[in-house]
Design a protein around this ligand. Structure first.
Ligand SMILES: [Zn+2]
Length: 81
């Protein structure tokens, strides 16, 4: 009987190990994880107000502040003013 418990515990450990390996790296790649991931901070486009991931946003330094744009079109539109 005790062998069965140990065997079950081992299976549980292997299951946990596999589960951690599978869900670990994929959690950050999941597009539905916006906001929850520390890597994907959302920033607001200065021109149209759309929220885009910081690493995908275009930046411009304006009056000592960093402003973000969702696209080149938005950046150019704001820069021309
Ligand atoms: Zn925009």
């Amino acid at each position: 009987m005790i062998r069965l418990i140990i065997f079950g515990f081992l299976i549980y450990l292997v299951y946990r190990l596999f589960n951690g390996m599978i869900s670990g790296p994929q959690a950050g790649k999941n597009p539905a994880d916006h906001g929850t991931s520390t890597a994907g901070r959302m920033v607001k486009c200065e021109n149209c107000g759309l929220y885009v991931p910081e690493n995908e946003a275009l930046t411009r330094h304006h009056r000592g502040q960093t402003v973000y744009y969702c696209s080149k079109a938005c950046k150019n539109k704001k820069a021309s003013n």
